[in-house]
Design a protein around this ligand. Structure first.
Ligand SMILES: [Zn+2]
Length: 146
């Protein structure tokens, strides 16, 4: 009877975000391969994470609008120590702040590329990652010429 050594065992499942009533439209859009952000109809400001009132003008007239699926790496770091056991087979990996084209929004997510290829100013695009049958995350990958 063989038993696997602890370090060869499958890692536990990765955590999945739990949408709130406010953030649910963002996650539902990702599932449809749409990339949307919340924008205030009163002053035009983008809000991310989404809010129930605009932090700039206090309007509650907030809408979900499609935005560009491209952006630029503002900053990044390389994760060498897994934050949870679920990520032990993923390290090292890159995590970055990405400025979304056409908005003033800077999003944090993993950068799906070899860590040595990441650099500030790198053009990237949204990648849809179906992490569960009913849940999709966004990540960023190198922008392909279009
Ligand atoms: Zn506003």
């Amino acid at each position: 009877m063989n038993s696997k050594a602890p370090d060869q065992a499958q890692p536990p499942p990765k955590p999945i975000p739990v949408p709130s009533s406010v953030s649910a439209p963002f996650w539902e859009a990702l599932r449809r391969r749409d990339f949307v952000l919340q924008r205030c109809s009163g002053c035009g400001a983008y809000n991310h994470p989404p809010k129930i009132t605009c932090p700039r003008c206090h309007s509650q007239r907030l809408e979900w609008v499609p935005v560009s699926k491209t952006g630029t790496v503002y900053s990044y770091t390389i994760v060498h120590r897994p934050p949870l056991p679920a990520f032990k087979n993923d390290v090292p990996y890159a995590v970055g702040l990405v400025d979304i084209d056409g908005t003033d929004v800077r999003l944090l997510s993993s950068l799906v590329m070899p860590p040595g290829e990441v650099k500030v100013g790198l053009p990237v695009q949204v990648m849809f990652d179906d992490v569960a049958p009913d849940f999709t995350l966004f990540r960023f990958e190198k922008r392909t010429a279009s």
